[in-house]
Design a protein around this ligand. Structure first.
Ligand SMILES: Nc1ncnc2c1ncn2[C@@H]1O[C@H](COP(=O)(O)OP(=O)(O)OP(=O)(O)O)[C@@H](O)[C@H]1O
Length: 607
């Protein structure tokens, strides 16, 4: 493997590799590493950047992007063994080799610590649950929409979260995750008050400020609809925070205030949009829970995983299967689970009693184009997806033309909508207008990337309205999205605002806030961008009435099934998909597979 640095230098020149790859390899070689170790360091770092927790050493052998394998996988593992820079589990080395998985040391620790904590939570003896209120005719769940012979999965989810310290509730859009946790909270509070105990301290959190605000809004609506008595109402959480804030991260620090030595003051922690939580954050959260605390994770197993490393929610769901339970769980659920088909005799899944998958969307009708499209994409049904797209549905439009001319027409259409903003001076009305529709795209760069689309739409608006110059940064009617958390300003990654001129002619930026609206000077808002179009990744945790989703043709980063599904399910009322048939086929057929050892570390815990 001589000449590694030279080969990397060529890769950097050709744009296949980054200067960082060269620096990492160089560092390894200067610190006693062999070329194999230097390659291992480069590939492990690249794996992390691609969202993997570790490098699953590939067969037939490890290779730099665009090159043939340097050596066979077995020989590579042997070459790493004994290096001072590579150790086995628990070693204090920059790289950890754990069987055929290679980790950057910190990530091996996150993974093993998270698995250990989850195993402890899952192994806690189940609590007895009074299922009376959960059954048909009980006070807690309405059975009028449940099909005959089907369990009420929302009631099963509440039962599971009461019975176990660890519970994952997965469901697509509108399947009632919030509806369920509102009832779960009420049951927990009511049971405590009936026992004469203090109500449990329930903390609500989400990975982004936007998702936290949406979670609180849905929970508030749900609580209002339930019309609780004043005491129960007061015991319900009044706020949802970001995980950063919940754990008490200080600006610029990776160590939170709450950890195993200073656990969170909470009896129940409920995390929404858990698919967006990465491995380091999930490990820190799990460690900061006090021993008795319940952890309830809500999310959609089929959505895109976190932008950073790990796909924790999907892995936990895989470790739980889809609504298969142990005999003990079925017995404890009694009538609640009586209609389930007999248990299959396959190998029991480690988290089978801890994961509930909600099945019915209360947002989309059974024949809704958006709902059906989402299901077909999830199922990986390529032909079914294409057939559906070619049929007519009131809520779904499809165009296979993603040519330059089609992109132009798309940008014109978007600009026509946003032209209305030039006449609007009321910030609430302007915010509603920008939240109604969104152009989503798979990537940030390239002709159909969000950067260029935003420029094209802005240029058209400048031309049509004559109100500002093309290329002008700040102008009346400019929608902006925050791209970095700023705790001092109270603005978070993903928050959207609108720039409007006030009566004195000064530009101000308006955001939705807990109590109404906030007004800020353009210079006072943290990192932000114009947002007519955004990537599907950025749209996670948000929904819009009308979505136009664009998939690029070819390109370096091909869209995956998860990306397509996430884009589709951002639409509440209508979806227009613009993508060549080949791009759709490719995306539906390509699933995200992330290297991780978490699943292997989860133990059978069901009793
Ligand atoms: N069992 C039910 N009976 C009647 N209405 C329901 C039921 N479950 C959910 N809903 C209604 O369906 C809508 C969506 O529910 P909810 O917001 O809880 O879903 P969600 O899974 O949290 O959605 P999202 O994916 O947007 O986070 C809400 O208006 C809710 O009141």
């Amino acid at each position: 493997m001589s000449g590694l640095l030279e080969r990397i230098a060529v890769g950097v020149d050709e744009g296949r590799l980054r200067p960082l790859d060269r620096a990492l390899a160089d560092w390894c070689l200067r610190h006693g590493g062999t070329p194999a170790v230097a390659l291992a360091m480069v590939l492990a770092n690249r794996a992390l950047e691609d969202g993997h927790t570790c490098l699953q050493i590939p067969e037939p052998g490890p290779a730099l992007p665009g090159e043939r394998p340097f050596m066979a996988a077995d020989a590579f593992i042997e070459a790493l063994t004994g290096s001072p820079l590579v150790g086995g589990p628990e070693a204090a080395c920059p790289l950890i080799l754990d069987q055929d998985r290679l980790y950057i040391e910190r990530y091996w620790r996150y993974e093993t610590r998270l698995a250990a904590r989850l195993n402890t939570l899952a192994a806690t003896p189940p609590a007895p649950v009074d299922v009376t209120g959960l059954l048909p005719g009980g006070a807690d769940f309405d059975y009028s929409r449940v099909a005959d012979g089907e369990p009420h999965w929302q009631a099963v989810a509440a039962f599971t979260a009461e019975r176990h310290q660890l519970c994952v509730i997965s469901g697509g859009p509108g399947t009632g995750k919030t509806y369920t946790v509102v009832r779960l909270m009420w049951r927990l509070i009511r049971a405590a008050l009936q026992r004469g105990d203090a109500p449990p301290v329930i903390r609500l959190a989400a990975p982004t400020g936007k998702a936290a605000a949406r979670m609180m809004e849905s929970i508030r609506d749900g609580l209002t609809a339930m019309n609780l008595d004043a005491e129960s109402q007061a015991a319900c959480p009044q706020q949802a925070s970001t995980l950063h804030r919940l754990l008490g991260f200080r600006q610029g620090s990776v160590r939170p205030r709450h950890d195993a030595d200073n656990p969170l003051p909470a009896d129940v922690v409920i995390v929404d949009e858990a698919s967006m939580v990465d491995l380091p954050m999930m490990a820190k959260l799990a460690e900061a829970l006090p021993d008795h605390c319940r952890l309830v994770l809500l999310g959609d197993r089929y959505q895109l995983a976190s932008v950073e490393s790990g796909s924790i929610l999907a892995e936990l769901c895989d470790a739980g299967g889809v609504n298969v339970y142990s005999p003990a769980q079925r017995q404890a659920g009694g009538e609640l689970l009586a209609t389930l088909p007999a248990d299959t005799p396959s190998e029991p899944l480690p988290l089978r009693d801890h994961v509930v998958t909600l099945q019915t969307s209360h947002r989309f009708a059974r024949d809704s184009g958006i709902g059906r499209l989402a299901s077909l994409v999830n199922a990986g049904d390529v032909d079914g997806t294409i057939r559906l797209l070619q049929a007519t549905h009131p809520d779904l439009a499809y165009s296979s033309d993603s040519s330059e001319r089609a992109l132009d027409a798309l940008c014109d259409e978007q600009a026509q909508h946003y032209l209305q903003l030039q006449q609007v001076t009321d910030p609430a009305q302007a915010l509603t207008l920008i939240e109604q529709r969104r152009l989503l795209t798979a990537t940030r760069v390239g002709p159909s990337g969000s950067d260029q689309l935003n420029q094209r739409i802005s240029a058209r608006l400048a031309h049509h309205s004559g109100a500002f110059e093309p290329g002008q940064r700040d102008y009346h009617g400019r929608p902006v999205i925050i791209t970095r958390n700023d705790y001092r300003a109270g603005l978070f990654n993903g928050d959207t605002g609108i720039m409007l001129r006030d009566a004195e002619g000064n530009l101000r930026v308006w955001f939705r806030a807990e109590q109404g609206l906030r007004r800020l000077l353009p210079s006072a808002i943290p990192h932000h961008e114009t947002v007519y179009a955004m990537t599907v990744h950025k749209s996670q945790g948000s929904e819009f009435d009308h979505v136009t989703l664009l998939l690029p043709e070819g390109g370096s980063t091909s869209p995956t099934r998860e990306l397509l599904y996430t884009g589709i399910t951002r639409a509440r009322q209508s979806l227009c998909l613009t993508a060549g048939e080949d791009a759709v086929r490719e995306a539906v057929g390509r699933q995200t597979l992330r290297g991780s050892g978490l699943a292997l570390r989860l133990q059978i815990s069901s009793r």
